[in-house]
Design a protein around this ligand. Structure first.
Ligand code: GLN
Length: 600
């Protein structure tokens, strides 16, 4: 097993996660099987309890792990399925050591950071690195480890110590350290400054880690003399100094690394003999997508009616899924951020300008997306958005809470149940159309969330959702919720025209709603965004963007594969639009803004 550690210096927010994912992709393109581990030195056991407003979205894995959003980057870039153990936190490590101490496993010893915590970290890495994540048998070849935070953070000290020991444990030739740093350009003189990187490398060395490769974030390519200087002061060969200069889109990063031969530098450190020809072939698809993404100019506007509209990372996977679908449909994605509470009547009274701006933004969109959420702020606004989309035949995709609010809206407007609500927001409502339906304990909130991959069975064939998923009998998608549509209200809602086209195996949990008479009105209890991939957009996002850009009929009128597995949504650039396992395909031709025919 070879390990590539990615650390960050100078400041946070340098795009370390994307860099580490891109390195993984590059190695994968060279024919290696790659896995990844993200280390988050915070004390929380997992990201589940952290506010998306502060920390970005909580990413959910198949196994129900609630993890850092960087694991989403790895899954998307490497097209792998990670486990909760691929995200290490201080909380998890300390808990495992304290549990062992309580069991008496340390035989009367004083339990210390070194060696007990540092050993636990190393053992964890070694164990998890061997888990296959690509659906194949046997351990991967390379594990990319990303250390969160910036060198010098107090919290990351035990991890740095552990990783220093680990590099010694696995031996030279099996460990490659890539340090992502910043080379700022001072405006006055326009000079690229190396000092911050020098300092951060010195800091790294003083902690016992020696970088093999420097990946320098800068606005433009590094000057030759700047590279020379960095090489001299940081003791890194010039060939191993890579510039991550600003690019037009994220998919260009792996190409940037390839062009600067990052994979060859890594291969040299790890003693690998890489076939670079195949490396180029696999990256052709990424090149095409990166170029296409820059060329698109005909917009598709989607109103994101959410709660955390101030920090786009709060909805990262939803945005990525929208992007994947937009690129597949040959459209440039434009997000109209609408803060749900701004749509409410209370805002209209208190702050009419804000309310008007929110409504203008909603009304100028081609489609509406209401993402998941917790807590009652903005819920009425989300209900209003669902009503607007339903009544005006505007394509709508409601995810989790976005499905629940659509059901509440339907019960209020069509069934005339004025106070219909979810018991999450009104525990005493006379018309509970969304109720608490825990899978686990009824007394402990921590154990009551329905988390991870669950199966949905289609109830009717031929509904839009079912067609988009390739007319399979079932699909597996990821969940993260406590509340669900009240099964006792289902037949009433159904008689009034709301179709429950997907349910769980018991038939008690409603998973998909649709309105047959509407251009595209879909709500799902699960989160399809977590399984969307570049080149393989999630089926329902593809449906939303296709509907919002007038292409849904074309998409659905083609014969779609009837047999497919898992997430049936493979769309690859430059090749036929392929659903499911690829046994049967359908061609869908889209046009981009320039009028060029493109196969998506
Ligand atoms: N708060 C809702 C529930 O727990 C929706 C959760 C979500 O949107 N992820 O069921």
């Amino acid at each position: 097993m070879k390990y590539v550690l990615v650390t960050g210096g100078v400041v946070s927010g340098l795009g370390k996660g994307v860099t580490a994912s891109s390195i993984g992709l590059l190695l994968q393109a060279c024919g290696l099987r790659v896995t990844s581990i993200k280390i988050d030195p915070y004390l929380n056991k997992d990201a589940g309890t952290m506010s998306p407003f502060e920390h970005g979205e909580v990413f959910v894995l198949d196994d129900g792990g609630e993890v850092d959003l960087d694991l989403g980057n790895y899954e998307r870039f490497l097209d792998v399925t990670l486990t909760r153990d691929n995200n290490i936190t201080t909380g998890k490590i300390y808990q495992s050591v304290i549990d062992k101490e309580r069991r008496g496993d340390y035989l009367g010893k004083t339990v210390q950071v070194v060696p007990h915590i540092t050993d636990a970290i190393q053992d964890w890495i070694e164990r998890v690195a061997a888990i296959p994540v690509d659906g194949k048998e046997g351990p991967p070849d390379v594990c990319v480890i990303e250390l969160g935070g910036t060198i010098g953070d107090i919290e990351s000290m035990p991890f740095i110590e552990a990783l220093g020991q680990f590099s010694y444990r696995v031996g030279a030739g099996n460990f490659c350290l890539i340090h992502v740093s910043l080379v700022p350009v001072l405006n006055v003189v326009g000079e690229q400054k190396t000092k911050p990187t020098q300092h951060s490398v010195r800091g790294l060395r003083s902690l016992g880690l020696t970088p093999n490769i420097l990946a320098c974030r800068s606005t433009t390519e590094l000057d030759v003399n700047v590279k020379e200087k960095l090489s001299r002061f940081c003791h890194v060969p010039e060939d191993n100094i890579i510039t991550l200069y600003d690019v037009s889109n994220i998919w260009r990063i792996p190409l940037l690394l390839r062009d600067q031969k990052a994979h060859e530098a890594i291969a040299n450190v790890l003693g690998l003999d890489l076939p670079c020809i195949s490396c180029k072939a696999v990256l052709r698809e990424w090149t095409a997508r990166a170029q296409l993404c820059d060329m698109l100019n005909e917009p598709v506007r989607i109103a994101m009616v959410g709660k955390y509209t101030g920090l786009s990372d709060s909805y990262l996977s939803v945005l990525k899924a929208l992007l994947h679908a937009s690129v597949a449909c040959g459209r440039k994605l434009v997000i109209n951020w609408v803060s749900a509470s701004d749509l409410e009547n209370a805002t209209a009274l208190e702050n009419p300008d804000v309310n008007k701006a929110a409504w203008d933004s909603l009304k100028s969109a081609d489609g509406v997306l209401v993402p998941g959420g917790f807590g009652d702020r903005g819920v009425e606004g989300k209900i209003i958005a669902a009503k607007y989309a339903r009544e005006n035949n505007i394509p709508y995709l409601g995810i989790c809470l976005g499905m629940q609010t659509a059901v509440i809206e339907y019960a209020r407007s069509i069934l005339g149940l004025e106070n219909a609500n979810s018991t999450e927001f009104d525990p005493n409502t006379k018309n509970p159309c969304v109720i608490f339906m825990p899978e686990g304990s009824k007394t402990h909130m921590g154990g009551t969330m329905r988390l991870g991959s669950r199966r949905t069975y289609f109830q009717v064939s031929g509904s839009k959702a079912s067609q988009l998923y390739g007319n399979q009998s079932f699909i597996d998608e990821r969940h993260r919720h406590r509340y669900e549509v009240n099964p006792e209200m289902v037949s009433k809602l159904e008689k009034a025209g709301l179709s429950f086209t997907g349910k769980d195996e018991s038939g008690q949990r409603m998973q998909i709603i649709e309105l047959a008479s509407h251009s595209y009105f879909v709500g799902v209890q699960f989160h399809p965004e977590f399984k969307s991939r570049p080149g393989k957009p999630s089926a329902l996002f593809l449906g939303l963007i296709a509907a919002a850009s007038g292409q849904l009929d074309t998409l659905l009128n083609k014969p779609i594969a009837t047999k497919a597995n898992g997430c049936a949504n493979g769309v690859s650039l430059g090749s036929p639009h392929r659903y499911g396992n690829g046994k049967s395909t359908v061609n869908v031709s889209y046009t981009n803004g320039n009028g060029n025919g493109l196969h998506a």
